[in-house]
Design a protein around this ligand. Structure first.
Ligand SMILES: [Zn+2]
Length: 137
């Protein structure tokens, strides 16, 4: 039998596992602060970016410069994904599904959310996912 969201929330409430709105608010503040830090950081990078793409015909230099660019692309991609994760968590706060595991609908747990407010899965589901795909944690 699958519980409706309201029934599920009520069950969580009675088990004392539902989060208080002040706790959710505190996590929302953290997420918003993290997001603006990330955006500031990428803006800063945008303006201080060195024009180091200098190819002197030396193949070793060329490789090094390509590797740097590669790292930079990866770094930017990671920042973009982080902002996306934060936006996802903020959206879940807005539609009141925050704190529920996306896989099994069980509560993720306040401690885990405080350590990682963007967590989408409970620790059990996360471990299952990790075993299948250790590349993206
Ligand atoms: Zn789960």
């Amino acid at each position: 039998m699958k519980l409706t969201r309201a029934e599920n929330n009520l069950a969580l409430y009675h088990r004392g596992e539902s989060m208080k709105s002040t706790e959710v608010q505190a996590l929302r503040e953290i997420l918003l602060a993290e997001k603006s830090a990330l955006i500031n950081e990428s803006l800063k990078n945008l303006f201080t970016e060195e024009v180091s793409v200098e190819v002197r015909g030396d193949s070793a230099d060329k490789v090094a410069s390509e590797q740097n660019q590669d790292l930079e692309v990866k770094f930017k991609e990671r920042q973009r994904l982080k902002v996306q994760e934060i936006d996802g968590a903020l959206a879940r706060i807005a539609n009141a599904s925050f704190g529920e595991c996306l896989s099994c609908s069980e509560p993720i747990g306040l401690k885990r959310l405080q350590a990682r407010p963007t967590a989408k899965y409970c620790i059990d589901c996360m471990e299952n996912l990790d075993q299948r795909n250790t590349k993206y944690i």
